[in-house]
Design a protein around this ligand. Structure first.
Ligand code: PMT
Length: 408
């Protein structure tokens, strides 16, 4: 969540049972390095005390529009001005109605009217109240005005009913804040990202693979999606959860990955292959577990398709193709050769011998090579930051590459 570091987030709590979950939200946001200013309505204070939120945010909680001390410098206007984003969680039907109507009768609704920062609402209420035409109309009005709505989850509610109305998972709310703070520079673009290893089985319980965790590819997918792109993530088997707001396609073998990537790449402006695809697979897969015997076991391996080379050979006009090169020797020579052979626009050279680089870790050390021979050497960075730098380069190429002008 590096995106939130140093930002000021105003979190508004309204009066619903999910207010207790907002305490954990405030803790997560504060932990991510954001300054969190909590505002509570009178009803919210019936569910959870300002003292709890003050302890978690490290700042006095704003509750009273007519507080002689805090309001001596028109604090609610300052709070509205200083926020980089405003999150209302939980947002009751009542506050949504007030927002839609432009009513400003307490601290929170006044700030909401005065702020120019992006606003995120996270509705949580009884399922019938949520489904009511008035609530849905109010949400439509707010969406039209650019308010981001993090939909509630369906499930059993505190009132005993079932249905949509539970506050969204907190990871989704935190991700919505990251998005709200990210310039939408890839809005309208479609990007395909591959991640993780492939599994190449030789019997039902054994396979050939590599140590890829998927972290690099997932970081790229999340960042591209934060910038407004429609992202299809094609991933081999990993332990990572689906990144929020990203269309995730889980595959197993290189041939599965090829099929999925090829189909999705047809409509994509950029394809980024961060997956560690197995170059070989066992020629045969035994239908049953191979029994141990006294003899050695010989498995013949055959070539897998090279997915990226296939995309490069059949490149769509204006499409940006980005590969990775995981190397243990002659980094630049090998990466340059792959860039040329696979007809790529960029290749991200990964020296696996460097500490903090490559498989599994949360950091990476890469060099970005382009077709003109340019080499950008990045220091050891988090995979999140490495993804940002790679996407900056892709964006720059997308700006100069127009469909039909594939003359580079
Ligand atoms: O997943 P992590 O644990 O975060 O680790 C990240 C990573 C080390 C996997 C990643 O940073 C990385 O380097 N990925 C590429 C690994 C790799 O397979 O490199 P390669 O040099 O073998 O392949 C070159 C390029 O061709 C890659 O873009 C690869 O996706 C692609 N390829 C390779 C073989 C094949 N059959 N089909 C392909 O498309």
């Amino acid at each position: 969540m590096e995106r939130l570091r140093g930002k000021t987030l105003l979190v508004g709590l309204t009066g619903g049972i999910a207010a207790y979950k907002a305490a954990e939200l405030v803790r997560l946001l504060t932990k991510s390095g954001a300054g969190v200013q909590v505002v509570m309505t009178r009803a919210a204070q019936q569910f959870i005390t300002p003292l709890t939120l003050q302890a978690l945010s490290g700042r006095p909680v704003l509750t009273d529009l007519f507080d002689l001390g805090l309001e001596s410098e028109i604090g609610h206007i300052q709070a509205a001005r200083s926020a980089d984003a405003v999150i209302v969680a939980p947002a009751t039907a009542n506050v949504l109605a007030k927002m839609a109507a432009g009513i400003a009768d307490d601290y929170l609704t006044t700030v909401l009217l005065a702020t120019e920062a992006p606003v995120i609402v996270c509705p949580a209420m009884n399922a019938k109240m949520y489904a009511h035409a008035a609530t849905q109309d109010n949400l439509s009005v707010l969406r039209r005005r650019g308010v981001m709505v993090v939909e509630p989850e369906a499930g059993s509610l505190a009132c005993g009913e079932e249905g949509p109305g539970r506050l969204a998972d907190l990871s989704l709310i935190v991700e919505a804040a990251c998005r709200a703070l990210t310039p939408q520079t890839l809005s309208g673009a479609r990007i395909v990202v591959s991640a993780g290893p492939t599994w190449e089985p030789f019997d039902p319980v054994r396979f050939i693979t590599n140590p890829s965790s998927g972290k690099m590819g997932f970081a790229l997918a999340l960042e591209a999606s934060r910038r407004g792109a429609h992202v299809d993530l094609v991933t081999g088997p990993t332990a990572l959860a689906h990144p929020p707001f990203v269309a995730t396609h889980r595959v197993t073998t290189a041939r599965d990955m090829e099929q999925a990537v090829k189909a999705l790449a047809r409509d994509a402006q950029a394809v980024i292959m961060a997956a560690a695809v197995s170059d070989y697979r066992p020629e045969d897969t035994a239908p049953q577990k191979i029994k141990k015997s006294d003899d050695d076991l010989v498995i013949r391996l055959v070539r897998n398709p090279d997915i990226l080379a296939g995309l490069g050979a059949d490149k769509q006009p204006g499409q940006i193709l980005v590969g990775f090169a995981a190397e243990t020797e002659q980094l630049l020579e090998n990466a340059t050769e792959k860039l040329r052979k696979k007809n790529l626009d960029l290749i991200v050279a990964n020296d696996l011998t460097q500490p903090g680089a490559g498989f599994r870790c949360d950091t990476n050390v890469v060099k970005i090579l382009d077709r003109s021979g340019g080499v950008e050497a990045l220091p050891c960075l988090s995979k999140e930051e490495t993804a940002r730098r790679i996407l900056d380069r892709i964006e720059a190429l997308m700006r100069i590459t127009k469909p039909g002008s594939d003359s580079r």
